[in-house]
Design a protein around this ligand. Structure first.
Ligand SMILES: Cc1ncc(COP(=O)(O)O)c(C=O)c1O
Length: 395
């Protein structure tokens, strides 16, 4: 039945990570492979209470069809949160989506014809690579480092061909954990300002900062060109699938039509519950708890790396979020390391799937949010052993 499948499905990155996650979830394996928030921090009791209140307040309406834009009170809450950060986005420009992930798909649907240029971070978020790939664009990868996007590479990429969008996760990037500096943001905005390109600023981790200070959104520099993606997945719960697109007028109506065609609207019930939860609870206090836990877990991972990894291994020092990024000496393959690591009962995600063109063979991603500190220490020790074994095998 193979020839029945549409051409657009042919180049989608393989679900190779899913295969790895299967291995990583075997018993006794310590997994740094997933990208999951820490479930012990989910505010289950408060969400239960919010659900009861929702029924008291809205009755049967919670089960009715609704409008495609999303629950008006939730959109107003999101607009108000932006305004507290001096970002001016009216509620009318906010579209509630099935997680930020659906936002990526809708943006691809609305903007991309086959062969259109997309600038993507290298390494970049696999979910974005997958979502945009369905529209068969031309990807121009631009390297990111501890400072942010490589602006020389960006200028070069832009000078070579036209692009419709640039996709960036400027805060605690998935997969690398890096954050764009202010200077880098200003430089990037200046380059984009002169071009006919949208920038998609995907910011699911922005609230989870445990050191350093917040950096300005691209929206403050190039408001008409910036499409923002947000999500409650990392600060409340991912399972409700509530995220949003904050889009300029020039594209909002088109996104709304694409949303309507795709699923009519995001689940009404969970939108009401999230909104009620935000009314009844001090979200800042909850976020502080998440930050303090992740900060401890990240610190534990870094100090364990310093103790147990060979000294020729490099790694990023995130100021927030859920991931850090490891670079092995060149010529050492993270795929080979994966096989040895699984025997040592520890797992991670090799870096290659986060690159277009199969690069990054000597890189890997470690998640620190979903593993407690004692387990992190044991797991990093095992991974250090696996690295030594691999380096010895290669001598
Ligand atoms: C950079 C980035 N964007 C979007 C998402 C998807 O988030 P959501 O749960 O809101 O769909 C993730 C999830 O891991 C992510 O890391």
């Amino acid at each position: 039945m193979e020839n029945l499948i549409a051409d657009r499905m042919s180049d989608i990155p393989k679900s190779f990570i899913r295969e790895m996650l299967k291995i990583a979830s075997q018993p006794n394996i310590i997994s740094f492979a997933g990208g999951l928030p820490n479930k012990d921090l989910f505010p289950t009791e408060s969400l239960t209470a919010a659900t009861e209140n929702v029924f008291k307040i809205y009755g049967n309406d919670v089960f009715q069809y609704s409008n495609s834009e999303g629950f008006s009170k939730l959109r107003a809450y999101i607009a108000e949160t932006y305004s507290k950060k001096n970002i001016d986005i009216p509620a009318k420009n906010i579209l509630i989506t099935n997680g930020a992930q659906q936002g990526l798909d809708l943006i691809g649907k609305v903007l991309l014809n086959e062969g259109d240029g997309v600038i993507i971070e290298e390494p970049g978020y696999l979910g974005a690579i997958q979502a945009f790939s369905l529209y068969n664009p031309y990807f121009s990868p631009v390297a990111v480092s501890e400072q942010g996007m490589d602006l020389q590479q960006l200028e070069l990429a832009i000078s070579k061909r036209t692009h419709k969008l640039l996709y960036a996760v400027p805060n605690f990037q998935n997969p690398s954990g890096i954050t764009y500096s202010k200077e880098n943001r200003v430089g990037l905005a200046e380059i984009i300002q002169k071009k006919n390109i949208f920038i998609v600023e995907d910011d699911p981790y922005g609230e989870l900062r445990f050191s350093g200070s917040p950096q300005p959104s691209f929206k403050t520099y190039i408001p008409d060109k910036t499409i923002m993606l947000g999500s409650f997945s990392k600060i409340i719960v991912p399972g409700f699938r509530i995220g949003w697109i904050a889009a300029p007028d020039a594209i909002f109506e088109k996104l709304l039509i694409a949303k309507q065609a795709s699923d009519l609207h995001t689940c009404n019930f969970t939108q009401y519950i999230i909104h009620q939860y935000l009314q009844d609870n001090a979200i800042d206090t909850h976020i502080e708890r998440v930050i303090s836990t992740y900060s401890e877990q990240c610190q534990c991972m870094i100090s364990s790396i310093n103790r147990f990894f060979p000294k020729n291994v490099q790694f990023t020092q995130p100021e927030g979020g859920m991931f850090l990024w490891v670079t092995l000496p060149s010529g050492i393959s993270a795929m080979d390391l994966f096989d040895i690591a699984v025997k040592e009962k520890v797992a991670f995600v090799p870096g290659t799937p986060f690159y277009i063109n199969d690069k990054g063979d000597n890189t890997l991603r470690l998640n620190f949010s979903s593993v407690d500190t004692a387990t992190i220490e044991t797991g990093i020790k095992r991974l250090g052993n696996a690295m030594r074994k691999l380096q010895e095998n290669q001598r």
